[in-house]
Design a protein around this ligand. Structure first.
Ligand SMILES: [Zn+2]
Length: 386
């Protein structure tokens, strides 16, 4: 179908195109999408009424007008490497694909990955963070309390167990005998209703565990874990993964405390970009989202600047990749989990996180597949001597 985008005045820029493209792709099963001067050509794999898409594009264009173009920090570096380092990383064995969006890491890549986790941990230690370790599973109760299914259905990955009856287990075992040929498992027949899922963020369990706390004092936490999203890369690389690794620093307490932590940690991220010679920036985020009512919520998120991203430039794509984020949750979790301050008000919270697969991949994209040939001053910082 052809959706007109006329009457916009100026031609729509690359940011807006990317925003529209990813928002539609997250919500529908898209076959192809192409931007023309004053129209978008879209083909879907599923049945979609044209008026629905016309309305949606209108809304997205409206939202895009308030899209942040708020850059806090911009570090430009002239880079020579312009390739996707992925084939070389794979042929060297540093990265191996397990399945779409799932990879094994070893060697120098993993060494860098661990190094950067230690860096962020040290950042957390400076603020006296309490380290916690959580299961990678979220109970359905957690999803429900923060209304996750309604707002982020495109990211959900639930886990299911076989029904606890002899009949179900026996049938399941028979039908999925390894002798048979199958690539997927049908859930309806044998599986019990799901009561937990794979977490899509590392920090929510922290707030969940503070449920009904009274007289809560300002506290900083940190955690490292795997997160899971229903995504995979268009270019078979580490830019979009089903399973990736994040360290978060979380801070819960008074509003002013949360703001001062956000300020401090934004400063830390700027130092991080400088120290590790990352060509990148810190910019207000315009997350694409599943297009229901949250579309309108996002207008406010975009305008009140609740989320910034640390972005690395990817030369071979001529675009940026988010390697970290800075989030102000206001009192969202305080209210959802009834976390109260000594004065009886709801606690505010915020978090910053760094994703290590993307961070390390970005450095390879910027400086080349051979870490031994990276700039000397960078190698000194990251302790690579090969
Ligand atoms: Zn977080």
């Amino acid at each position: 179908m052809k959706i007109p985008i006329t009457g916009q005045g100026e031609p729509i820029d690359e940011h807006v195109r990317a925003f529209i493209r990813s928002s539609i792709a997250r919500s529908y099963d898209v076959k192809s999408m192409e931007f023309q001067d004053n129209a978008i050509l879209i083909e879907f794999h599923e049945e979609v009424p044209e008026h629905q898409i016309r309305e949606l594009v209108k809304q997205l264009l409206y939202v895009s007008r308030s899209l942040a173009n708020d850059v806090l920090f911009d570090k430009r570096i002239t880079l020579d490497y312009r390739e996707n380092p992925m084939p070389m990383l794979e042929s060297r064995g540093d990265i191996r694909k397990v399945a779409d969006g799932m990879y094994m890491m070893q060697g120098t890549f993993l060494k860098l990955f661990r190094f950067f986790d230690r860096c962020v941990k040290q950042m957390a230690d400076k603020y006296g963070a309490i380290e916690q370790e959580y299961p990678v599973l979220w109970p359905v109760e957690l999803y429900r309390t923060i209304n996750y299914f309604k707002e982020f259905p495109q990211q959900v990955i639930l886990a299911a167990t076989v029904k606890n009856t002899y009949q179900a287990k026996e049938k399941f075992a028979q039908n999925y005998d390894g002798q048979k040929n199958y690539e997927a498992v049908r859930l309806e027949e044998y599986m019990a209703p799901s009561t937990f899922g794979l977490q899509s963020a590392v920090c929510d369990t922290c707030y969940y565990l503070l449920k009904d706390k009274k007289d809560f004092d300002n506290t900083v936490y940190t955690t490292y874990n795997k997160v899971f999203r229903n995504e995979s890369s268009q270019i078979d690389s580490l830019d979009r993964l089903k399973n990736f690794s994040v360290r978060d620093i979380m801070f819960v307490g008074e509003k002013d405390f949360v703001y001062s932590m956000l300020r401090e940690l934004t400063g830390e991220f700027i130092g991080f970009i400088e120290t590790f010679k990352i060509c990148g920036k810190i910019e207000a985020a315009n997350d694409p989202f599943f297009v229901n009512e949250s579309l309108y919520k996002n207008i406010f998120q975009a305008t009140s600047r609740l989320k910034y991203e640390m972005l690395a430039y990817i030369p071979f794509l001529d675009s940026h990749l988010a390697i970290g984020s800075i989030n102000n949750h206001l009192d969202f979790f305080g209210k959802a989990f009834n976390i109260r301050l000594p004065d009886g008000k709801y606690a505010h919270s915020g978090c910053v996180g760094v994703g290590f697969e993307r961070l390390v991949y970005s450095l390879y994209c910027q400086y080349g597949h051979n870490a031994a040939a990276w700039p000397k001053d960078l190698k000194k910082e990251i302790d690579i001597e090969e």
